[in-house]
Design a protein around this ligand. Structure first.
Ligand code: F6R
Length: 329
């Protein structure tokens, strides 16, 4: 069995395992939550942010070196780096410790674990040896469960309990010879995928992009509604022979704002003749978590099938590794 496919298949069991692990308790008075992370680790924070948009808790994700001054002691900082060695994440985490911001770290080891132990900061250890982007089940479930005392989170955790079974049934569909995932990979091959979603579902669109980038080594563009209606809709015109190579995907969710639903339909009508083609993809599932993970899992499979078309090893990320090596010098 191909290694990446085996890893993609572990998403449900990761979630199941991460639901059982005992986690540290966070302080009672938390008003805001900040995640610090990059790439495949940061996406867990993005999904939590999106799920808590309608709750009273502000959540933000910091993908940078510095901790903004408005992060105060009523905030919680969750530093996630699968390897534990990502310099941006470490830099924010060290600043949080210096400023005595309540913090928790999540990693499979590395410097993040060491720093946490030295500073007496709670640390959650994730199973090691995986490419970070394939550890989403662990990273997401731990992140959400940490926030269990906050408003609205316990219902979401209940939804997560049903997620492994839902994902297992999806697996069968997505691996079928005629699956939507294989069809999309076929559409994307030798074209430029462009992924659109509402801004609430941006983490999903962004996960499609990062998975296609890293697994298939292919270029992708993402943008969100309604903002793209105010600029990008004009730009999908020139240079004509390049725009003709675009394949647009509109990720839709039943909870999208009614005006966004209408905007997507009208935008597709306007752009249809300028591009190679377009596909509407509707989320499915019994609750917001299932719907988000349906789309994420679909995108993961699309990126895997596309890696086969391009004859790329979906595990290897040589450019990211080379860059990290050069930065060490
Ligand atoms: C590799 C991957 C990358 C890493 C990123 C940060 O699978 O997905 O995007 O996640 O380079 O590294 P970590 O996650 O170790 O902090």
């Amino acid at each position: 069995m191909e290694k990446m496919l085996t890893l993609i298949r572990t998403l449900p069991s990761q979630i199941e395992e991460a639901l059982k692990t005992e986690l540290p308790k966070i302080p009672d008075n938390i008003k805001r939550v900040f995640f610090s992370g990059m790439g495949g680790s940061a996406i867990a924070g993005d999904i939590v942010r999106s799920l808590l948009l309608d709750s009273g808790v502000e959540v933000d994700v910091i993908r940078d070196y510095t901790l903004p001054p408005y992060v105060d002691r009523d905030s919680l900082l969750i530093a996630i780096s699968y390897s534990g060695n990502t310099e941006e994440t470490i830099s924010v985490f060290e600043e949080a410790i210096k400023r005595k911001i309540p913090s928790v770290s999540i990693s499979s080891g590395g410097k993040l674990k060491e720093i946490s132990q030295d500073a007496g900061v709670p640390h959650i250890e994730v199973k090691g040896g995986l490419p970070p982007r394939t550890a989403l089940g662990y990273l997401f479930t731990y992140s959400l469960r940490l926030l269990a005392p906050l408003e609205g989170v316990s219902t979401l955790i209940e939804y997560v309990r049903g997620l492994p079974e839902f994902l297992l049934s999806l697996q069968k569909e997505l691996e079928d010879e005629e699956s939507e995932a294989r069809e999309l990979a076929d559409r994307f091959y030798l074209r430029i995928p462009v992924i659109y979603s509402s801004s609430r579902l941006f983490p999903v669109a962004f996960r499609w992009k990062t998975q296609i980038n890293e697994n298939a080594k292919a270029f992708v563009h993402v943008a969100v509604f309604p903002e793209m209606n105010h600029n990008e809709i004009s730009g999908i015109k020139n240079p004509e022979e390049k725009v003709e190579m675009l394949w647009l995907v509109f990720l839709r969710d039943e909870e999208d704002h009614p005006r966004i639903k209408l905007r997507m339909k009208l935008t597709a009508d306007i752009l249809r003749d300028s591009v190679m083609g377009l596909t509407f993809v509707d989320s499915k599932g019994r609750n917001p978590i299932e719907r988000i993970f349906h789309l994420i899992y679909l995108g993961d499979y699309v990126s895997y099938y596309l890696s086969k078309y391009y004859n790329e090893d979906p595990i290897a990320i040589p450019r990211i590794d080379i860059l990290k090596e050069r930065l060490k010098k």
